[in-house]
Design a protein around this ligand. Structure first.
Ligand SMILES: [Zn+2]
Length: 131
């Protein structure tokens, strides 16, 4: 997924200050992100899910330098959804809701908030690409 120019510009802008922006995070997110040039989306217990400037969503464990692409469409979309709370420019990368979207059976699409606990991840609907 190549990023639109406006998003690339935003990612570059945020990357320039990512070390300072995440300073004080218990897992040293800023340092890791700056070293690998990744925009943090979701700092988790196991590691970091982040966006590379080429548009790839990647993950790396706290104790490893190995950056691996996130292949599961659901994990990728939910990571972008969570990341867009902090970096609003990323919201254009989220799947577009079709008119006949399958509404989430768990939250029924009501009062949705980005969350990894709901089946829809907080979208309120289930994209076809999630399978
Ligand atoms: Zn839901």
């Amino acid at each position: 997924m190549a990023l639109p120019p406006t998003v690339v510009a935003a990612v570059e802008r945020h990357l320039a200050t990512v070390r300072e922006d995440w300073r004080g995070h218990p897992f040293d997110v800023g340092d890791l992100a700056a070293r690998h040039q990744l925009l943090p989306l979701v700092p988790e217990m196991f590691g970091l899910v982040a966006l590379r400037r080429d548009g790839t969503v990647v993950e790396l464990a706290w104790d490893s330098e190995e950056v691996r692409p996130v292949l599961a469409p659901k994990m990728r979309d939910v990571a972008l959804l969570l990341g867009a709370r902090r970096y609003h420019e990323l919201s254009v990368l989220l799947p577009e809701r079709p008119v006949d979207a399958r509404v989430c059976g768990e939250c029924r699409g009501v009062d949705v908030a980005p969350s990894v606990t709901c089946e829809c991840g907080g979208l309120g609907w289930i994209p076809e690409t999630w399978g």
